[in-house]
Design a protein around this ligand. Sequence first.
Ligand code: DX5
Ligand code: ZN
Length: 228
Amino acid sequence: MKSIRIAPSILAWDLGYLNQAVDISVQGGADQIHLDIIDGHFAPNITFGPGTVKALRGRCQLKFDTHLMVDRPDEYVQKFLDAGSDILTFHAEVLDAMTFDRLCTTVKRSGKEVGLAIKPSTELPSWAVQRLDKLSAIVVMTVNPGFSGQPMDMSTMPKLERIRDLVERNGTGTDIEIDGGVEPENVREVVKRGGNVLVVGAGVYAKRDPVGAIQALRSRAEKATEEK
Ligand code: DX5
Ligand code: ZN
């Protein structure tokens, strides 16, 4: 089992003060920062772009885990690499094998990592199964993309287990990232089912003590790995 990583999603903070969201993550001992990029086409929201990522980059050393919920990742990948993103996560729904390979080449040329995200109703495509070795992370979305603060869709759990088994069988060490509705109450379940990177928006930033919330999530998640 890979180690637990906590990835606060700054979309859940006041968008006028994103620098504070980054500082909270650092203080809470987060492992990476999750940046939700939505273009208003792939999902019904518009968030922020490479300019914002670049402006935040100087504030911390944590990995920038950039979740591109955009229809045309080809047009934006280089901009986010230039802005300082470390993990570039693309959505399987807008890719085919050829486009994915091209994006991979671009990201790896910069020495950065590739993630592949799937919506709750999407299965991992066969071209992705054949390319597990290229993936640092598979992002299993447990809400429909668009907004922070939605409840976790538990019908994704059997798929999560299938992906965990697949990754274990292949031995690629790919992280399994859970994105959407992670809260203290469901951390144990998602970790037991195979998640090891926990994206948390409202579960951190809507709490009265967000720094403490990061620490509490980590200890719950680590306890769940010991129980396995
Ligand atoms: C949804 C985003 C998620 C989300 C996480 O489109 O990809 O990262 O903002 O926030 P919570 O944890 O509040 O669901
Ligand atoms: Zn996300």
